[in-house]
Write a protein that binds this ligand. Structure first.
Ligand SMILES: Cc1cc2nc3c(=O)[nH]c(=O)nc-3n(C[C@H](O)[C@H](O)[C@H](O)COP(=O)(O)OP(=O)(O)OC[C@H]3O[C@@H](n4cnc5c(N)ncnc54)[C@H](O)[C@@H]3O)c2cc1C
Length: 432
């Protein structure tokens, strides 16, 4: 039995295998193609959707990990596709390199993160898949191919956000940047003013985001400024980090969520307290320690990318929805941005994007009505759903959102003609 981190999906694969060599995977894929069976590579199981669910062979990628090579001059690092993001700083830091941008956490595998279009924040920076210069992929016929600017280049914009539909990624080559530090400023500010100035705030900062606790009028803003690696560090003291990030953000928060789940009426009062005890600090640390945090309170999440200009209206509409329906929402709404990119199924394809993510505690009941209503608002604002987070869209609804949707399907036909990597979720979002 396998389940996702958010406890949103269960699977009982026919077999679970953890190969360590490409040749083992090639044999497995060929055998599955002959038997008319399926294979599903899986990373850390941090997607909320059924994108990684299989009744066929589940292929765990933990043993495809570690640093395979580094080209220091070109700042390229090739890593096993199952390498956890948390391991990357240590592996490439030795060479004075870092990943250009990261999301909220670092538990995911590189392959899982890029395959669903995982992103962080920063209007001049793309999602993690835009950092990928090349991959090695095993196709649905068991062929091992390299895809880069010089080998099979026509496939690069499809495979970088490939939804696990095109093959098994064996290695990923990242285009890195010189190691850097981040100066972080976290402040509570009036939500209305933050929304009014949202676009300017995004443009003025390297990395800007905010959290809004429903039932409050406060935004907890986070502004990160990139500095060279030799800028002095002023990290959070160990005790402070423990209190803020472990006790308050996880342990106390878990207890509060559990109480609210049984007594939703007290949610507004607790949220008003939460926005006072979190988010007022400044520190400077190495980049990955600022970008990522630990999240141990389990939740369910829906996130949409909208044109960045639409963020303030879309968020105000979410606020109005919560008021009109008298909902009790304990988890904060997270708002971020990313640069436009050219990856075919990237949620930021061709447009400067803002991201709005809504969450519910994993034990909350009746979460679907909230997610459905927020989804409707996001669709009214030309939204595109995150591929790893909850949404209800089908291929017919997704096609008009992506200029290269049918090109992606043509690549799928070419790389996985027997649908070895299919599952019901991909049937829904891509078609059979
Ligand atoms: C607590 C939490 C925080 C998160 N924060 C963010 C965030 O800040 N930003 C954001 O954008 N998203 C975020 N996410 C979503 C998450 O980054 C994505 O769902 C991501 O796909 C998870 O990576 P994974 O390794 O768990 O992949 P999985 O969920 O295991 O797999 C995802 C997909 O990748 C495919 N895949 C995995 N390995 C391979 C491989 N080797 N070859 C081919 N396909 C493969 C799978 O088949 C599946 O289709 C968060 C999720 C959680 C639970």
């Amino acid at each position: 039995m396998w389940r996702t981190w958010g406890r949103t999906e269960l699977a009982t694969p026919e077999r679970i295998l953890a190969p360590s060599h490409a040749s083992e995977i090639q044999d497995l894929v060929r055998e599955a193609a002959e038997r008319g069976s399926t294979v599903k590579p899986i990373g850390a199981g941090h997607s909320f959707t059924a994108i990684g669910v299989t009744e066929g062979v589940q292929l765990r990628t933990d043993r495809l990990h570690g640093l395979m090579s580094v080209d220091r001059d070109r700042r390229l690092a090739t890593l096993g596709a199952g390498t956890r993001l948390a391991e990357v700083p240590r592996l490439i830091g030795y060479y004075g390199l870092a990943m250009e941008n990261l999301g909220d956490i670092d538990r995911q595998t590189i392959a899982g993160a890029i395959s669903t279009g995982t992103h962080g924040t920063g209007s001049r920076f793309g999602g993690l898949a835009t950092q990928v210069a090349a991959v090695q992929l095993i196709t649905g016929t068991g062929e091992l191919i390299t895809i880069s600017a010089t080998e099979n280049p026509e496939l690069l914009d499809a495979v970088r956000v490939g939804l696990g539909a095109l093959g098994v990624l064996v290695s990923v080559t990242l285009r890195c940047v010189p190691a850097f530090t981040l100066a972080a400023t976290e402040r509570p500010e009036p939500l209305a003013a933050v929304l009014d100035a949202f676009e300017q705030r995004c443009d003025a900062a390297d990395h800007f985001e905010f959290y809004w606790f429903p039932h409050t009028t406060t935004a907890l803003t986070k502004t990160n400024t990139r500095l060279p690696s030799d800028a002095g560090l002023a990290p959070l003291k160990r005790g402070q980090r423990f209190i803020d990030d472990t006790l308050v953000s996880n342990e106390l928060y878990r207890a509060l969520c559990a109480v609210q789940s049984g007594m939703p009426a007290i949610t507004p009062m607790i949220n008003r307290t939460a926005d006072k005890i979190t988010g007022n600090r400044s520190f400077t640390d190495v980049s990955h320690r600022v970008f990522t945090t630990r999240r141990t309170v389990r939740f369910k999440e829906l996130e949409y990318a909208v044109p960045r200009t639409a963020v303030p209206d879309a968020l105000r509409a979410v606020g109005q929805l919560i008021k009109d329906r008298d909902l009790r929402i304990s988890f904060p709404v997270e708002v971020r941005s990313a640069a436009a990119d050219q990856l075919w199924l990237s949620t930021a394809h061709d447009r400067l994007s803002g991201y709005i993510a809504v969450h519910r505690y994993h034990r909350d009941r009746d979460t679907q009505a909230y997610f459905d209503a927020v989804e409707e608002i996001m669709l009214d604002h030309d939204g595109r759903p995150h591929w790893g987070k909850l949404h209800t869209l089908t291929a017919d609804q997704l096609r008009p959102k992506y200029r290269h949707f049918d090109d992606f399907l043509a690549v799928r036909d070419r790389l996985d003609p027997h649908r070895v990597f299919a599952n019901p979720h991909l049937d829904r979002v891509l078609g059979p």
